[in-house]
Design a protein around this ligand. Sequence first.
Ligand SMILES: [Zn+2]
Length: 465
Amino acid sequence: MTDGHDLLLRRAEVDGRGLVDVRVVAGVIAEIGTRLAGRGEDVLDARGGALLPGLCDHHLHLHALAAAERSVRCGPPSVVGPDALAEALAHAPADEHGWVRGVGYSEDVAGPLDATALDRLHATRPVRIQHRSGALWMVNTAGARALGLGGAGHPGVERDAGARPTGRLWRADDWLRARLPGTRPPDLRHVGSRLARLGITHLTDATPDLDASALDAIGEAMRTGALPQRVHLLGAPLGWAAPSGQRSATVGPYKIVLADSALPGLDVLSDRIRAAHAAGRAVAVHCVTREALVLLLVAGVRAGDRIEHAALVPGELIARLRALGLVVVTQPGFIADRGDDYLRDVPAVDRSDLYRARSLVDGGVPCALASDAPYGPVDPWTVIDAAVRRCTPAGQVAGAAEGLTARQALDAYLGAPDDPGGTPRTVAPGAPADLVLLHVSRADALARPSADLVAATVIAGAVCG
Ligand SMILES: [Zn+2]
């Protein structure tokens, strides 16, 4: 980095030990010592707080997160029951094209939604609501008409026995985006500053099949500083290379989605994995069910490939994951967000397989943490707390045996973007000055993880949160 900043951090706790000063030159940690002489650079007094490597969210969705911030929440805790949903939709502002956009829907609120059911809640304006899984959009009749759903050829457009569209669209985001007016990706400035306030300096965007406009928008947000974080992309097409320059994204493993509802044939999956490997990319495979995992393990995955979510891992497969050299990127934040639903819906016999973490780590499988925001809580401290306590919203514990120590959970946010679950980055001379400063010691933060403890976030020596 030559566009980095100079900075002198005073009185910081580094690696849990006594207080030191940390000098940053041109965005890189140059020197750590006691009472370093100032050279006229900006000074940040840490007041004894812990200075950690900045956190890396290893799996989130930038544009969906930005869009969710401008959408009406359609699920708990904000909305419980059909009346509350109708009320929320009635008060939701429409976008400039007259659409109401909802996110986070759960069937707990008003059962399965199709166009007819949605009309009963809101019929006057076109409405589209995303299921909290991210896999399904539901539109009302006005929305179906605006989209021309009757003549749609996309296989994800659900139809009833009479071949009429039901208003439910499965994994059809690209099609939907192309049909909607004004398709510029949403601005990322607010997301960038929100992530910085949480202590996040690195992120991996896990959106599959990023198109040119999304890639351009992310690149532009990085260049202008709207998005200060370092960005790793799983959804860049095979053969895509980031434009060279100081601030551009890096290309990670190639994202493949195994849809929970319709698994591909083994040949089709093996071909996709082989093509990614041939192009020099590992793969990062969305894999939620046991069936998907079993399929994936015989489809030609190899060391360095990633499993995203790994929501259900039978214990007898852990040794196989290790033998294959696979990495798991998982989201215990889902337990904090909807763990009671899991306890209700997941058969008792499978519960010990749910969002494993400790048994993976103990079994030698690298395990990184992530938010999957906006589908899971974005706050890494909430996720760390959930990884440790595995507490549901109602205060139940889901899989106590899978709890990580707080230190393990923090470390699972400190791997480099290209080494999730690997050796935690450190605050040491020669390392990029991508740092998070806390108000308290590391030990205190680990005892009570909270975003309120973040005092400042530093990226390439610049204080940005
Ligand atoms: Zn995701």
